[in-house]
Ligand binder design. Structure first.
Ligand code: NDP
Length: 291
């Protein structure tokens, strides 16, 4: 039974305190006059099981899921038939209560795909990725699904990059994909697209993982990081004349697509994204004022 009139939504992860998701979702709830409230649920791994067990009796109707739970959440939700590939990707970032069932979805995948394709057509292109964590699994899936010519991936943890190779091979047996041992071995000079899917660049003191000489003017560089707006990698890429994108588009599209799943609204994704962008800018200002 509902305890309040307002349906609750939120983000579960650990840690999540610095997330801007409440800013983007609450701005959309307000603008579109939908009764909902989005907050943060920071849960330690040992609290996860009991949190999920209590969900049915709560006023929570939908959650976004972030590190380190995108894979763990799979055991608490059902998947639609057409979404069973998410078990192979091991990543669910949105869960929604529908008819007393909890269903799992992944909006990072279409979020990245729409954002990338606004500026770059990946079909038949040679691609390189740095980082093989949770977000990279969605990125690699999008690249393979889009029919890239090859994917070359580097992560300091080779087990993770090999796991992405196996995942892609399982879903797209003919895809040319390899895990390499260093940034140099990515051979970025020969590639059309470089994606940074590591957190390196989030902090001012972070090094730039690539050297300027590795880049070239015909490259498209997509950095999943959105705060700062311009990482050292994107700065260097622009200096050599490459086209670039930060992760803002992915953040906003995945958020808008989750918002549609949460609310069932038929408001267009574009309108939701436009409103979420305003919420994000307000959220960033607040974060900067606190620092
Ligand atoms: P994870 O921690 O799951 O994965 C990051 C991976 O990068 C890890 O395997 C990590 O290895 C590896 N890594 C770290 N440093 C290096 C390095 N120097 N060289 C090579 N590999 C390295 O993070 P996520 O996949 O969840 O997120 C990655 C980034 O994407 C973050 O910055 C996140 O904010 C961003 N993101 C953006 C989204 C958007 O909407 N724009 C959505 C989701 C994520 P190790 O663990 O051993 O350090």
């Amino acid at each position: 039974m509902k305890k309040t009139e307002i349906e609750l939504f939120g983000l579960i992860g650990y840690p999540v305190k610095h997330s801007l998701s409440p800013a983007i979702h609450n701005s959309a709830f307000k603008k579109f006059n939908i009764s909902g409230d989005y907050s943060l649920y920071e849960k330690k791994p040992e609290e996860l099981e009991s949190f999920f067990k209590g969900l049915d009796d709560s006023d929570i109707y939908g959650l976004n899921v972030t590190v380190p739970y995108k894979e763990k959440v799979l055991k608490f939700v059902e998947l639609e038939k057409e979404d069973v590939y998410l078990k192979i990707i091991q990543s669910v970032n949105t869960i929604v209560r529908i008819d007393s069932k909890w269903l799992g979805f992944n909006t990072d995948i279409p979020g990245f795909e729409i954002s990338l394709k606004e500026n770059f057509n990946p079909a038949n292109k040679k691609t390189a990725m740095i980082g093989a964590g949770g977000a990279a699994r969605s990125v690699a899936y999008v690249l393979a699904k889009s029919g890239v010519q090859e994917i070359c991936i580097f992560d300091i943890d080779k087990i993770r990059s090999k796991s992405i190779v196996s995942m892609v091979k399982e879903l797209f047996p003919n895809m040319k994909i390899s895990a390499v041992d260093s940034i140099e071995a990515l051979n970025i000079k020969e590639k059309d697209l470089l994606v940074n899917a590591t957190p390196v660049g989030l902090n001012k003191e972070d090094p730039c993982l690539v050297k300027k000489g590795m880049l070239h003017k015909d490259l498209f560089v997509y950095d999943l990081i959105y705060n700062p707006i311009e990482t050292k990698l994107l700065f260097l890429a622009k200096e050599v004349g490459a086209q670039v994108s930060n992760g803002l588009g992915m953040l906003l599209y995945q958020g808008a697509l989750s918002f549609v799943l949460f609310t069932g609204t038929d408001i267009s994704i574009k309108e939701i994204v436009d409103e979420m962008r305003i919420g994000l800018n307000e959220g960033i200002k607040k974060v900067c004022m606190k620092r």
